[in-house]
Write a protein that binds this ligand. Structure first.
Ligand code: FAD
Ligand code: GLY
Length: 363
């Protein structure tokens, strides 16, 4: 008797949205031998992914009453170093994962009280932080302004270059056989008997076994009013600017924050300064007030910035949610999955989100 083995039919999965979340889920699925098509209405990774600062900072950004989210952020952070190594091997490019750590400094008495309270709170959670005197802050970062009062050092809050991350994910997806369809707006998904059957583009309907929505701040526009569960994602604007330092002699080496600002040095000498937090709908204008807020706060921390050119300004839309946590997983529509609402932590949450969503698809 001859035994005939019937080849397993590969699943075909559509990912709507080509930011870090969509790209990383696609990469993990392709590695597991699933066919994947990514639909992106613009060019890849020009949404929040492009606008971000790339901080991987669960500890220093921990907020009171967000302990469940913190646990999730820490789990993702624990995956990051291996994820970066694996992605660099798959793409052949560096994502500039940096481990110098993060310094939060106080520039006056009010800020000192504020970050002392934060230190007490972070310490109560068992997070590893070091309290620094003013002199110790300046030992670590000699260009800090003379009025520095003290600070916190977090060795485990790292950074990655988010734009390189997105490029590396794109290469890894293409190398693994993923199909990327840029300039293709998804108008809707199609369903039969409460099971998703595909997506609707301006050119017509295409069939898929699974559809994953990773449309960031624009998710409500896609899902519409009649979606059978609340998906309260809203755009939260962040303006940023970038100063060009001398790459051989950067002003700072750590990520440096104050209660009003963060500054993220890149290996090529760019210094990212951010960010505003504004409820302005889908408006992404650069405003005088936004830039003034960033420049004044940055100048207080690093007065030497006066001499350096501003080389870029931009604004992006964080996908905010009611509790600042992402919305991940199954929906009442069979095989329609969500990975949206990563708010201020989507770069940090990339490895864990990709793991969770790919495991659900492969169940
Ligand atoms: P996006 O990158 O916005 O991608 C969504 C994509 O979906 C877009 O490309 C869009 O064009 C596409 N799309 C939407 N609708 C459709 C449709 N109907 N059809 C086809 N395509 C569609 N996070 C950190 O972890 N660390 C940080 O330091 C950090 N800093 C930030 C600073 C700023 C100023 C901002 C704005 C965000 C920051 N974030 C940070 C947050 C992080 O950038 C986001 O959480 C993350 O990028 C979300 O990724 P995403 O793929 O879900 O969304
Ligand atoms: N996580 C930094 C920001 O959202 O601005």
């Amino acid at each position: 008797m001859k035994i005939i083995t019937i080849p397993k039919i590969k699943k075909h999965c559509a990912v709507i949205g080509g930011g870090v979340i969509g790209l990383s889920i696609a990469w993990r699925l392709l590695q597991a031998n699933v066919n994947v098509t990514i639909f992106e209405r613009n060019t890849l990774a020009r949404g929040a992914t492009h606008a971000a600062a790339g901080m991987l900072a669960p500890q220093i950004e921990a907020e009171p009453s967000e302990e469940i989210l913190l646990n999730f952020l820490l789990q993702s952070k624990a995956l990051w170093q291996d994820f970066a190594g694996e992605l660099e091997a798959a793409s052949g490019m560096s994502v500039d994962y940096r481990t110098e750590g993060t310094l939060e400094v106080a520039m006056d008495g009010d800020q000192l009280r504020h970050i002392r309270d934060r230190y007490t709170y972070l310490d109560s959670l068992g997070l590893q932080m070091i309290w620094l005197s003013a002199a110790e802050c300046r030992e670590r970062e000699p260009y800090l302004g003379r009025s520095v009062q003290g600070g916190i050092y977090s060795a485990d809050d790292h950074q990655v270059d988010n734009r390189k991350l997105a490029k590396a994910l794109e290469i890894a997806v293409r190398n693994a056989g993923g199909i990327i369809r840029e300039h293709t707006n998804i108008l809707n998904f199609t369903q039969k008997n409460s099971t998703v059957t595909g997506v609707e583009t301006t050119a017509g309907i295409e069939n898929f076994d699974t559809v994953i929505v990773t449309t960031g701040a624009w998710t409500k526009q896609l899902l519409g009013q009649n979606f059978p569960m609340p998906v309260p994602v809203r755009p939260v604007k962040g303006q940023m600017l970038c100063v060009q330092m001398d790459a051989a002699h950067p002003l700072i080496r750590h990520v440096v924050r104050s209660p009003e600002i963060y500054m993220v040095p890149r290996l090529d000498g760019r210094l990212l300064i951010g960010a505003t937090l504004e409820e302005k709908g889908f408006n992404t204008q650069i405003t005088f007030g936004g830039m003034r807020q960033l420049i004044e706060a940055a100048w207080a921390v690093l007065p030497a910035l006066d001499e350096y050119p501003i080389v870029e300004t931009w604004a992006g839309l964080r996908p905010g949610t009611l509790d600042d946590a992402p919305i991940l997983g199954k929906t009442p529509i069979e095989n329609l999955l969500l990975a949206v609402g990563h708010y201020r932590h989507g770069i940090l949450l990339t490895p864990l989100t990709a793991k969770i969503l790919s495991e659900i698809v492969l169940q």
